[in-house]
Design a protein around this ligand. Structure first.
Ligand code: IPE
Ligand code: IPE
Ligand code: MG
Length: 256
């Protein structure tokens, strides 16, 4: 365990919202001739370390892709093991979340979670609801396409019922129908284990996110790996369609 962060280690520019696709637990276990579940268990330890580090850095939003809608089609024993790990994590970490003023939230088709897990999840969300220092958002049974389709369906219903005029439907209104309605778009998305895809994660919200892919498997992703990603992000110029010159002028406050 490394000591607390000093100012020297801190990147100049930090994301306001960091999102992580935590991948590679299975391969981590396979390399050690262990069952996949051991990789997931080790992955839960990495979650703890990264949540602590993100809190210390004062990054206000952290979203972790923990279980996709597509992951339901994994072998039953693996799904059960993952649900049990989620239950254990919530049980073990609630005091830590409260102590560090972290609000827990979840996005996804939460009604599909086993009742026992869902109950504890909602209980933990309620207990931590007043916390303001950081939001930890777990993407559980999450699929971005269905999130978008669901938003479109709700908007269509409101148009049919007359509550909404189709002319009012713009990007801002559309986003307010997503799970992430009051959460800013992710500035940085990290994916571990060398895969270079989004796997149905925050498709709408990632329109202008920076991506950082690393070969490191999730159970090996520690504070140092996180700092590497954040330093990389810090050195990037986000142009949002503008020219580099416009961005530089804006930084010096000379933009007309
Ligand atoms: C990520 O690790 C955890 C979940 C998707 C739940 P994987 O289980 O996908 O690990 P690999 O990709 O098989 O190595
Ligand atoms: C993406 O990982 C989902 C999570 C990290 C929870 P997967 O391992 O399920 O993604 P694919 O199937 O390889 O794209
Ligand atoms: Mg995977």
């Amino acid at each position: 365990m490394t000591g607390p962060m000093t100012n020297k280690d801190k990147p100049k520019k930090l994301p306001r919202h960091l999102a992580i696709i935590m991948d590679g637990n299975g391969r981590w276990a396979k390399r050690r001739f262990m069952p996949r579940i051991m990789g997931h268990r080790q992955g839960a330890k990495a979650v703890k370390e990264i949540v602590t580090a993100v809190r210390e850095l004062n990054i206000p939003y952290l979203t972790l892709y923990a279980f996709s809608k597509e992951n339901w089609s994994r072998p039953r024993e693996e799904v059960e093991a993952l649900m049990n790990l989620l239950y254990d994590y919530l049980q073990r970490e609630v005091d830590e979340l409260l102590g560090n003023k972290i609000r827990l939230r979840a996005i996804g088709e939460l009604h599909r979670l086993p009742p026992k897990v869902r109950r504890l999840l909602f209980e933990t969300m309620e207990k931590t609801a007043a916390n303001y220092e950081m939001q930890l958002i777990l993407a559980l049974s999450y699929g971005s396409r269905s999130e978008i389709v669901e938003a479109a369906r709700k908007i269509a219903q409101k148009c049919v019922s007359g509550e909404l005029d189709p002319a009012q439907v713009d990007e801002e209104l559309f986003a307010s129908f997503l799970y992430t309605a009051d959460i800013p778009d992710p500035d940085l998305i990290i994916r571990t284990s060398g895969e270079q895809r989004l796997s149905n994660f925050l498709l709408y919200q990632a329109a202008y996110s920076e991506f950082y892919m690393t070969e490191t498997l999730w159970p090996d992703f520690d504070r140092n790996e996180l700092m590497k990603a954040l330093h990389d992000f810090s050195g990037r110029e986000r142009r949002f369609g503008k020219t580099s010159e416009q961005i530089l002028l804006r930084c010096t406050g000379n933009e007309s």
